[in-house]
Write a new protein. Structure first.
Lengths: 308, 425
């Protein structure tokens, strides 16, 4: 009689996999990707393709060089590439996009140990690196449906046509202009149970409230710039944000607050979403430590409750 | 009331509508002297002794143990070493059946007048929890705490298993009488029967027999694993929270499995100790899933033969349910007292583990609201202080964290290893 397979419990596992989660997020990004491609044309399609492909290639090369298991199959590199592409101006040169994806995948993600080990959001960090390095191209915007006209984003021009902002008929990064598409993607992820609503809602609500308090138009502040893209797709990144609901809420509020501070008082940059997310990423371990769960029936908690 | 976390599993209760069959008498049985926690019993028979059904063959050596009885009539063929599932060795008594199933003279209805009698009776009957964990019943009954509520656990939350469900459907009156017996002698004011909503037939049966009894309440609970865990069951039926390091008795609750209640009643009437039990045979490697009434000590191979097991494609054999059951090395093990299921699987689960992506699904699934990813990190660092801080001791190894993990990390397994580390520290 042959020996049977012996394994520790449980003897079955759920169907959800990392790859499945990543594909869901990519699917949720599709509406805004399509909207961006329609708005900015062939140039945007090319740029997104370059970002996605180069990210996957960087990851593959990196894993080969580091003699580690190949991980491109989990689709996280493709997702990072897409997210990075969506947060770039459609006018930047291809080589700059390649530098961006290299920063995201190799420097921010793989050098720290790959998926799950990076402390900062690869796409957001790469965008910041590019913003600092290539300030000229990163902040020159194309008008929708034309290649030539350079214009400023609505955050700078303050043109307040909400219909344009909702549908994406305005200047900006490829994936940040069409608010409807972003919200659609966010709703899909939330309903599928992939993301929780605490961080995005916290972040957006904070920006709206802050803007209202200092006399800016809250709706305009929420719909313009990269806020929705950042709040829905970057502030909900599992690896670099807090785990508990309370932690996520604190993270979201922090991001919203920092975004407003940079937007209203930062002189160098009109936009603060990626900076705020990166800064809050750094605080994530501390937020996690502050927001431990309360185990069922734990005695420690009872004592504290009795004291207070 | 806030419900505790858990996971929704596919039920696969293929056997819930099948009448329990009686396994043809095995030619021999092998009865281990250790079938649950506590020290193994001491064999009190020798090779060549003739025994009848119900003859005591093993004597407990500590207060925790319960006597073990012969499950077939015949002759003791061997008293041999036996490798238990926990890796220790104990004695096992092999009895060759003579096919007559004579009842021992000692089998007669017990005297039952006081609570002390009930405790003694439970011990003498060899009764342990029949729901899977096998906690000795007399220890529960002998609690020094003031008990006021009986919680009858009929959740049977593991996939496949239906032995408790069949007990209710086939003999709900035994269950009711068992409940009344325990309530009378333990002086309990009320009883809650906790049952998962996926057992419509059993719920109907129980509601019928309990209709006249105002102090017995049915609690139909969502079919969410691990509904049948003691702490979860107690909380969902009575709203009482069992604090860390305490037992159900400390909050005035006596939790009993539904089949255990029924057995205690049968014993009070017939005096026949725990020598047989109902067990579910299922899994994709058996052609005919069924519930069987089998003598304790029957080799698993006989059960599998009866259910039509495809041995050529058998890859994993699980004793118990798929979430908490133990996988077995070979077919030689016999049926033990707490054994409620036997699953024969064609394909052993193969998983590819990747890095934790901190998605928090393990935390959202943990019924105890622990943070398994933090526990894993702490274990990797061998950080005993952190393990304590994140309440490792509250983990009951239900396996929800491993089940939901998209990176397929062995979180429940790590918690068990961490508990061993904590015990050494």
């Amino acid at each position: 009689m042959n020996l049977l397979h012996v394994s520790p419990t449980p003897h079955e596992r759920g169907r959800m996999s990392v790859r499945h989660i990543m594909l869901c997020v990519i699917l949720a990004l599709l509406p805004t990707t399509i909207a961006g491609c329609i708005t900015f044309g062939k140039r945007a399609v090319l740029l997104l393709a370059v970002c996605v492909c180069s990210s996957v290639i960087w990851e593959a090369l990196c894993r080969i060089l580091m003699k580690r298991d190949q991980t491109i199959g989990d689709c996280s590199a493709a997702l990072t590439g897409l997210l990075l592409g969506l947060s770039l101006s459609p006018s930047i040169p291809i080589w700059q996009a390649l530098v961006g994806s290299f920063t995201a995948i190799v420097v921010v993600k793989q050098l720290f140990g790959g998926l799950g080990q990076n402390f900062a959001n690869p796409a957001a960090t790469a965008r910041i690196v590019m913003l600092v390095s290539f300030q000229g191209t990163m902040t020159s915007w194309l008008m929708p449906q034309s290649d030539a006209v350079i214009s400023a984003t609505p955050l700078v021009t303050k043109s307040e046509n909400f219909m344009d902002l909702l549908l994406g008929n305005s200047a900006g990064c490829i994936g940040e202009t069409c608010a409807v598409a972003l919200i659609l993607g966010g709703l899909y992820l939330w309903l599928r149970g992939i993301i929780s609503c605490f961080a995005p809602v916290g972040m957006i609500a904070t920006v709206a409230l802050f803007s209202f308090l200092i006399g800016e138009n809250p709706l305009y502040q929420v719909l313009s710039g990269g806020l929705l893209l950042g709040a829905i797709f970057m502030a909900t990144d599992y690896v670099t944000t807090p785990i508990t609901k309370n932690g996520k809420l604190i993270f979201g509020i922090g991001c919203g607050f920092l975004t407003c501070v940079i937007r209203f008082w930062g002189t160098a940059y009109p936009e603060g979403v990626s900076f705020s997310i990166l800064l809050m990423n750094l605080l994530t371990p501390y937020i996690d430590r502050l927001t431990k769960t309360n185990p069922f029936g734990s005695v420690h908690h009872k004592k504290e409750a009795a004291k207070s | 009331m806030k419900r505790l976390n858990g996971v929704f599993l596919s039920h696969r209760k293929h056997t819930e509508n099948l009448l329990t069959e009686v396994l043809p008498l095995p030619p021999y049985v092998r009865i281990p002297m250790q079938m649950h926690m506590g020290a193994p019993c001491r064999p009190i028979v020798h090779i060549g002794d003739s025994v009848s059904v119900g003859t005591q063959i093993g004597e407990p050596v500590d207060n925790f143990g319960v006597p073990i009885h012969a499950s077939v009539s015949g002759m003791v063929k061997a008293v041999e070493d036996y490798l238990c599932q926990n890796g220790t060795t104990c004695a096992a008594i092999v009895i060759e059946s003579d096919g007559e199933q004579k009842t021992a003279f000692s089998v007669k209805p017990p005297q039952l007048e006081t609570r002390e009698d009930l405790i003694a009776v439970a011990k003498a009957s060899g009764c342990v929890g029949l729901g899977g964990a096998g906690f000795p019943t007399h220890i529960k009954l002998a609690s020094q705490q003031t008990l006021d509520t009986l919680v009858v656990n009929a959740a049977e939350c593991e996939p496949y298993l239906t032995s408790d469900c069949r007990q209710i459907v086939e003999a709900a009156d035994e269950v009711l009488n068992g409940i009344l017996l325990i309530m009378r002698f333990m002086k309990l004011k009320q009883c809650c029967i906790g049952i998962e909503e996926n057992k419509a037939a059993a719920i109907k049966k129980l509601a019928e027999v309990c209709a006249e009894h105002k102090n017995i309440r049915m609690c139909v609970l969502p079919s969410k694993y691990p509904q049948g865990a003691e702490k979860v069951m107690t909380y969902h039926t009575t709203g009482r929270v069992i604090p860390e390091g305490k037992l159900a008795a400390d909050v005035g609750v006596l939790v009993m499995n539904v089949s255990t209640c029924a057995f205690l009643y049968r014993y009070s009437v017939t005096g026949m100790p725990l020598v047989e039990r109902r067990i579910t045979i299922d899994g994709d490697a058996v052609k005919r899933p069924c519930n069987l009434m089998v003598p304790i000590g029957t080799p698993y191979q006989m059960l599998l033969d009866y259910a039509g097991c495809d041995y050529d494609h058998l890859e994993e054999l699980i004793c118990g349910g798929p979430m908490m059951g133990m996988s077995l090395m070979n077919l030689e093990k016999p049926v033990c007292k707490p054994n409620n299921g036997l699953l024969a699987m064609k394909k052993a689960m193969q998983v590819h583990t990747t890095s934790c992506i901190r998605c928090g699904r393990c935390m959202a699934a943990c019924p105890m609201n622990l943070m398994p990813m933090e526990l894993e990190r702490a274990y990797q660092k061998k950080d005993v202080e952190m393990l304590r801080k994140y309440r490792l001791n509250l983990c009951m190894n239900c396996g929800c964290c491993s089940y939901v993990c998209p990176a397929k990390r062995p979180l429940a397994e790590t918690n068990q290893l961490a508990k061993a580390l904590l015990a050494k520290a």
